[in-house]
Design a protein around this ligand. Structure first.
Ligand code: GTP
Ligand code: MG
Length: 525
């Protein structure tokens, strides 16, 4: 074994406090190791020793530049769906090592080694896609958008609970908001690359660098969706998207085999939209997120194991040191619709609703209870419907998992304002995909009803919500309303299908149905 090879195989990090334990992945430039850094488990990415020692200063400079860029970009990002950067270390006389959070496996491998049929069950596909699109929405929504430029299943990492995170930002680039820019063609993964990232050629000579914007990531996202739907890496024909005379081939045509194989998959129209040759025709990250959320909600509702167990009771318990789930839920809606009464009656069935007074600013309560075999901690935020307090509202929505969007069925104005509340909830709840339930309250006043049951249901259906009618006077209905929320939340965190097991020894990925009772912590900690 020569010196380079020996160095390549060596687990010597040449940095104090960084212990490389074992290789967990290979990239084009380097290897990724599971490592211990100041006692914490991390992933450490370092170059192939051969490249560092090659003597080709241009290559080394390129690599250095790439690492520096990745370092700078990673450092500025902070989102649950973007891999967390810890540090970069420079071993003496060697190339830098990037230290990031340690994840379980990448999506490419997950698909390859899955034993499920289909390889990625639809509900998991939707959850992974939602995570990735949220990461992209965050990156593209920055003041100066960051475009990944090399999104592919290999660049998506998964936690053991299957939360997806965007990784490997080595070729990411900061763009100017709202502009397309000339950029060098990406050396990334060709089958994932958008057609506009290919340079204009004349007699096989590059005549102009390509011009593109964040929509190149949307294209790659579409390819990633397609790969999950068909259960393997993308197949394209012909290999080059450009004909001899410099014309671009339609991507729907190049990817015909996979598109046909996808059949009538739930995400088919999304995939086709993302794979449009003209970037303007591709949907935005925001639109994709809204569509995926609708699919997720429908799946959660359709699944027969998701029926509310009417026998199950919510058993109040004192404060618990540990719990299976922790959720934050919000009550929102116009003033006087009964938000405080509904919550007070849930807390205390003997509460006299006639005593309710307008909420000032907000009220927060934490309730612990046992539901079935699970311990649940609920932080309930009762907001004020009074306009005076609207300025504070964006703050309440942070990290909210569930929302009761309440209207008063005896007051049509309160129903008329629901779209405004819904829009605000969707805009402000950036960190998670909240489960939203539309509540029509005060059904005890049937004679004064102004909002019909059908009207409420129709609106809810159109907007991917579920609809419940209640009266703060009827304790059972309030119990049902909270049960519905808890069931929905536990399922949206743990859709009941994914458990990734990577054995230390053989590194196998297992995709199995987890039991309904599987313990799972809240996803958005
Ligand atoms: N008949 C009837 N009255 C209700 C019901 N729920 C609430 N109310 C009455 O509606 C009024 C307003 O209820 P609150 O719970 O204070 O309303 P809110 O939505 O919290 O109002 P803000 O805090 O101002 O945003 C009170 O007078 C309650 O007694 C119900 O189910 N039926
Ligand atoms: Mg109130």
């Amino acid at each position: 074994m020569d010196q380079e090879q020996a160095e390549e195989e060596s687990l010597e990090s040449h940095v104090r406090d960084l212990v490389l334990e074992r290789e967990i992945g290979k990239g084009s430039y380097g290897k990724v190791y599971k490592a211990l850094w100041n006692g914490t488990e991390v992933a450490a990415k370092r170059f192939h020793a051969a490249l560092a020692n090659s003597g080709y200063s241009q290559i080394i400079d390129d690599i250095r530049e790439e690492f520096q860029r990745e370092w700078k970009i990673l450092k500025s990002l902070n989102h649950p769906n973007v891999v967390k950067f810890h540090d970069v270390v420079f071993p003496k006389g060697r190339l830098p090592i990037i230290i990031t959070e340690l994840l379980h496996c990448d999506l490419e491998r997950f698909i390859k080694e899955s034993k499920s049929s289909p390889k990625v069950p639809t509900v998991n596909l939707i959850c992974i896609a939602l995570d990735v699109i949220q990461g992209l929405q965050y990156m593209h929504g920055l003041q100066n958008p960051i475009v990944h430029r090399d999104l592919a299943t290999k660049k998506i990492l998964l936690t053991d609970k299957c939360t997806a995170k965007i990784a490997e930002l080595g070729v990411a680039k900061v763009f100017i908001h709202g502009y397309e820019m000339h950029a060098t063609p990406v050396r990334g993964t060709p089958v994932y690359a958008a057609p506009e990232t290919y340079p204009a050629l004349q007699n096989f000579e590059v005549v102009e660098n390509p011009k593109y914007g964040p929509k190149v990531d949307i294209f790659s996202f579409g390819v990633m969706l397609l790969a999950m739907a068909v259960g393997h890496e993308p197949v394209v024909w012909p290999i080059s998207p450009i004909t001899k005379d410099g014309k671009k081939i339609r991507e729907h045509e190049r990817r015909k085999t996979d598109i046909e194989k996808m059949g009538d998959h739930l995400v088919k129209s999304l995939v086709l939209g993302c794979l449009e040759n003209d970037s303007v025709c591709r949907p935005s990250a925001k639109d994709i997120k809204a569509e995926l959320e609708k699919h997720k909600w429908n799946l959660v509702q359709q699944s027969d194991c998701y029926e509310i167990d009417e026998e199950a009771v919510i058993e109040r318990v004192g404060h618990q040191p540990t719990y299976d789930y922790k959720f934050k839920i919000l009550f929102i809606g116009d003033k006087g619709v009964g938000k405080s009464c509904l919550f007070q009656r849930f807390q205390n069935p003997n509460y006299k609703i006639c005593l309710s007074t307008a909420t000032i600013s907000l009220g927060i309560n934490t309730e612990s209870f046992k539901y079935g075999s699970k311990f649940v901690s609920l932080e309930v935020v009762d907001t004020a419907g009074e306009e005076l307090y609207f300025a504070l509202q964006a703050m309440y929505f942070r990290r909210a998992h569930g929302i009761f969007l309440v209207c008063d069925v005896t007051n049509h104005e309160t129903f008329h304002n629901i779209p405004r509340w819904l829009e605000q909830a969707r805009r402000c709840c950036t960190e998670t995909s909240p489960s939203i339930i539309l509540i029509g309250n005060k059904t005890d006043q049937e004679e004064n009803r102004k909002v019909s049951h059908e009207e409420g249901e129709k609106f809810a259906k159109r907007n991917g919500l579920s609809y419940l009618e209640v009266s703060a006077l009827e304790v059972e209905k309030i119990e049902h309303m909270f049960k519905t929320m808890i069931e929905t939340l536990t399922r949206s965190v743990d859709p009941g299908t994914i458990k990734i097991e990577l054995a230390e020894t053989d590194d196998k990925v297992e995709l199995t149905k987890s039991s309904k009772k599987s313990k799972c912590k809240c996803k958005s900690q």
